[in-house]
Design a protein around this ligand. Structure first.
Ligand code: 2HA
Ligand code: ZN
Length: 273
């Protein structure tokens, strides 16, 4: 099978394009990684080469040794992925020590995996541990309305979670655990990777102040859906504020509790009044 016909590769490409079409990925903004299942690796293996050098990441994870990840390329544009996947995304293998990657497919015109690979890698590690291996996707996007809110709301997990839950009735069902918030930090390095992965021990989503959002999930649909739902909620709140009269009424804490009860989800109680 041609690697570009393998379903997981097609799904990865589609998600990149969906994010582009929704306006989350100006220029080279955002990045996506997926931890492959062994049977998916087997379907792609004929296209792999093992002659590229190992590259150290500056972070290490015991539970990701020898894993394979599909990743967007550093400096590559999401809008080009669908046109030339082989030049804009790659598959990397992780070494025996869990501290280095090497490209086995893709980025045929040169390049390296996303500049946020250390953050993705550490987030994968904590989500794998927290979900007993169920989570496979880490997605970072520059979601405009959520970024706007990082200029006007206090940068706390509680403030962001409450506003987002209150901004659309489905939100407490989609992310009952709420969202974490990372203060502004220099992107791309080990420090922001560690700060984000600390939050990912508890949250499926982490806001990066004045930058964007990280989401994690078991598959492309759930992870993209989480990104989309959070950004849509932020957009509704921004629109409501833009009417210029302040917030007259909202979904109350007891309303939120009632939704949680009926839909069988556990809301993070310390975020409620
Ligand atoms: O890939 O989004 O955070 C570019 C970025 C860095
Ligand atoms: Zn970014």
């Amino acid at each position: 099978m041609n690697i570009l016909d393998v379903p997981v590769i097609k799904d990865f490409i589609r998600m990149c394009n969906d994010g582009w079409e929704l306006g989350y990925h100006e220029r080279n903004g955002g990045n996506l990684t997926y931890r492959m299942r062994p049977e998916e690796v087997a379907l792609c293996k004929d296209a792999f080469t093992y002659d590229k050098p190992w590259v150290k990441m500056g972070v290490q994870a015991e539970n990701l040794k020898n894993e394979y990840f599909i990743a967007t390329g550093s400096g590559k544009f999401f809008r080009n992925v669908i046109l030339a996947p082989q030049d804009n995304i790659c598959i990397v293998e992780i070494n025996d020590a869990g501290d280095s990657w090497r490209i086995v497919w893709g980025l045929e015109k040169g390049g390296v995996p996303t500049s946020e690979f250390p953050s993705h890698f550490m987030n994968h590690s904590v989500r794998v541990k927290a979900t007993d291996g169920a989570y496979r996707v880490i997605y970072h996007a520059h979601t405009p309305s959520l970024i706007a809110l990082t200029y006007v709301l206090p940068l706390t997990n509680r403030d962001f979670s409450r506003v987002l839950w209150q901004s659309a009735t489905e939100c407490p069902v989609v992310f009952p655990g709420g969202v974490g918030v990372v203060p502004w930090m220099v992107p791309g390095g080990a420090d922001i990777a560690l700060a984000t992965s600390k939050l990912m021990e508890e949250f499926d989503a982490a806001v990066w102040a004045h930058h964007g959002l990280f989401c994690s999930g078991p598959d492309f649909d759930i992870t993209f859906g989480l990104m989309h739902t959070i950004e849509k909620a932020a957009d509704i709140y921004v629109r409501a504020l833009s009417c210029g009269q302040g917030i007259r009424q909202t979904i109350s804490d007891d309303n939120l509790r009632a939704i949680a009860k009926d839909f069988g989800v556990q809301l993070r109680e310390e975020f409620l009044d």
